[in-house]
Ligand binder design. Structure first.
Ligand code: PPS
Length: 301
């Protein structure tokens, strides 16, 4: 029986479009957005949700290793493309939508890397209460990381200048929608029993503690004596050298010569890009948008 290919690189038109006021890449098709309304969430699912460039790939690796009982051979046998669902994206040469594949997977499923804004995420995420790890990163470093991601990702519009990227991010007028809306939504749910809100900066400062916290939340303990190895495996240097862990690089969608996917992995790189006036304007906007929320980030370590 011949397989129907639902996407090829060539049928993915370039750039993005607005859906209910939120920009999505073409690869987040109308069909995917529609399917999310009725997508069946399972109570024993594990979901990883994030705004783009906030540490998704990093947390994916941690969760993947934990799910394999910290057995690195087992982890190496896992195909991240199959294992991580990326419900919100068509990937090149896919023969089936990720949400369809997900329905056939045994429990517990791990559903990684969804970047939907709350209004487009599966409705059952609220009622079924699966375990949700939400990873957040300070918005200034996210903006710079996005600037480079758009240069190297062939399906995203390249910002001509840093200023253009800054403005789009400031206005929330870019793929993925407003950083503020998404982070505020999940911050307000941080005390739900089934939600773990993790900050990139905390992972960067103390990775062993972050791994233990995630493992305890998921109920997938790190075997005695293994933590050091897991930390090493999930370090920036180790992940940069292991292309299996950042599948994107090999996907044909990515031009690493423009900027590597594993770029710098730092807290505070934004200082090399934000002008003084951009920084002041952004701090003011942050105060306005996040007023009273209590959500604070560290911008240097
Ligand atoms: S994506 O495309 O939205 O899924 O990107 P995402 O994985 O969320 O974010 C990519 C940024 O995370 C950095 N990264 C890491 N930092 C520290 N340690 C580890 N192990 C790690 N893995 C990924 C990656 O380098 C991107 O950040 P920048 O600032 O661009 O380097």
């Amino acid at each position: 029986m011949s397989m129907v290919v639902v996407s090829t690189v060539s049928n993915m038109s370039e750039y993005d479009r607005s859906v209910d006021g939120i920009r999505y890449p073409w690869a987040t098709t109308d069909e995917i957005l529609e399917a999310m309304k009725t997508f069946e969430v399972r109570e024993d699912d594990v979901w990883l949700i994030s705004y783009r460039k906030s540490g998704t790939t990093w947390a994916t690796e941690i969760i993947t290793v934990l799910s394999c009982g910290c057995d690195f051979t087992k982890r190496d046998e896992t195909n991240p493309l199959e294992h991580t669902c990326f419900l919100d994206l068509l990937k090149p040469n896919m023969t089936e939508f990720a949400h369809v594949t997900a329905t056939k997977k045994p429990s517990p499923r791990i559903i990684m890397g969804t970047h939907f804004q709350s209004r487009h995420m599966p409705r059952e995420l609220i009622t079924k209460k699966p375990k949700i790890v939400y990873v957040a990163r300070n918005p200034k470093d996210v903006a710079v990381s996005l600037y480079y991601f758009h240069k190297s990702n062939k399906l995203l519009k390249t910002f001509k200048t840093w200023n253009e990227c800054f403005q789009a991010f400031y206005d929330g007028d870019l793929v993925g929608g407003s950083w503020f809306d998404m982070n505020l939504y999940w911050w307000n749910r941080r005390n739900d029993d089934n939600v773990l809100f993790v900050k990139y900066e905390d992972m960067k400062e103390d990775l062993p503690s972050a791994i233990v916290k995630i493992s305890e939340f998921l109920g997938w303990p790190v075997p005695e004596g293994k933590l050091e190895e897991v930390v090493k495996h999930c370090s920036f240097g180790s992940m940069k050298n292991n292309k299996k862990q950042h599948w994107y690089t090999e996907s044909g969608l990515f031009d690493s010569s423009m900027s590597p996917f594993m770029r710098k992995g730092l807290v505070g790189d934004w200082k090399n890009y934000f002008t003084v006036s951009q920084n002041e304007a952004f701090d003011k906007l942050y105060e306005e948008k996040m007023k009273g929320s209590g959500l604070k980030f560290r911008y240097k370590l």
